[in-house]
Design a protein around this ligand. Structure first.
Ligand code: PMV
Length: 333
């Protein structure tokens, strides 16, 4: 049977009667240490492999939803046209959850710098699901909210939880076993550095990019093998607080993902000269003894991972870097 998003939503939602007129919710953005790259089912956004990320604490999306006369969407205080990409994508998702004739006024505020090209769909779709959960009084579990968010955008499945999060690939055709869960581990000294290198809109979306890679890159055949090696290494390095293993695995995983894109046709080359300069600078810092590693997603920006004791060295090399503390501000380990 070919399941449609509506079938899955019907299976999860207890009803479609709003419990109140408005609700507010938040979801963090997330950065994958082992990437999600490729789907086994396009409509349900079921991944070909598992992935593992870290959520960005206070950097994400705050969303307010009010029952209204007509559909309206404001992002960071700016009203979006009904034919804009953001409006159409969000409302075609919201359509799955409401009775015909119900309209929403959505106000969405991103705390992640929009200019960094990081205001990803992940925190937007996860905050929308969190918001509807309150508006309708559904009291859904984390697992159900993760599955629903996944239908909006794959990586949104991981934005339901804080800290380290694993999204299970699953194998059921209806995707009910493909959801994300927080790892039972914290690492207070863990830091993410965000480098805003380019704010140009990307020419190839992540969805188009992963499909093209699967369809045309022979190298993509190696991707599931890469993930099968990296996921257990990351789980173990988080558990053992082995930062060198975590950093190496995360950087190699990101480079391997980009290798598959570059091997697609036409090639998908998100890197800009500044991205390459940054990657070289990271290698140079490591040669000087600073434990810092890089990761990149479907765009030219670079994110760094390091521990609190290296923060001043990394910050002096990248003065414009914004630092995120995924586990709060105490740093004893
Ligand atoms: O959920 P999407 O369609 O935005 O895909 C995200 C894909 C990557 O950011 C490249 C990797 C990941 O796991 O976040």
């Amino acid at each position: 049977m070919n399941f449609k998003p509506r079938d899955i939503v019907d299976q999860i939602l207890p009803h479609r009667t709003p419990a109140q007129n408005q609700a507010k919710a938040y979801a963090p953005a997330n950065i994958a240490l082992c990437k999600y790259w490729g789907k086994r089912n396009e409509t349900l956004k079921l991944p070909l492999t598992g992935s593992l990320s870290v959520s960005l604490a206070e950097l994400g999306t705050h969303m307010q939803c009010r029952i209204a006369e007509t559909d309206r969407l404001e992002i960071n205080g700016q009203m979006q046209a009904a034919d804009s990409k953001a409006f159409r994508r969000l409302f075609s998702f919201l359509e799955l959850f409401r009775e015909p004739g119900t309209h929403f006024h959505i106000q969405s505020t991103n705390t992640i710098p929009m200019a960094a090209g990081l205001a990803s769909s992940a925190s937007a779709f996860a905050s929308a699901v969190n918001c509807l959960n309150l508006l309708y009084g559904w009291e859904l579990s984390d697992r159900s909210r993760s599955i629903l968010s996944r239908i909006g955008s794959g990586s949104a499945s991981r934005s339901i939880c804080a800290g380290f999060v694993e999204w299970y690939c699953g194998e059921q055709p209806n995707g009910m076993d493909s959801y994300a869960e927080a790892l039972d581990e914290t690492w207070p000294a863990f830091r993410i550095g965000i480098l805003c290198l380019s704010d140009a809109e990307k020419a190839v979306s992540s969805g188009v990019g992963m499909q093209r890679t699967m369809d045309t890159a022979v190298l993509y055949q190696s991707w599931p093998t890469q993930v099968a090696r990296d996921l257990p290494l990351l789980r173990r390095s988080i558990q053992d607080k082995d930062f060198e293993c975590l950093g190496k695995t995360a950087e190699q995983n990101a480079m391997a993902m980009h290798a598959t894109m570059i091997a697609a046709w036409p090639p998908i080359l998100y890197w800009k000269p500044e991205s390459i300069r940054t990657l070289h600078r990271v290698q140079q810092l490591r040669a000087e003894g600073v434990a810092v590693y890089a990761t990149m997603d479907a765009g030219p920006n670079v994110k760094l991972v390091f521990l609190e004791p290296s923060q001043s060295d990394v910050q002096s090399a990248f003065p414009e870097m914004q630092v995120v503390q995924p586990f709060g501000s105490t740093c004893q380990d």
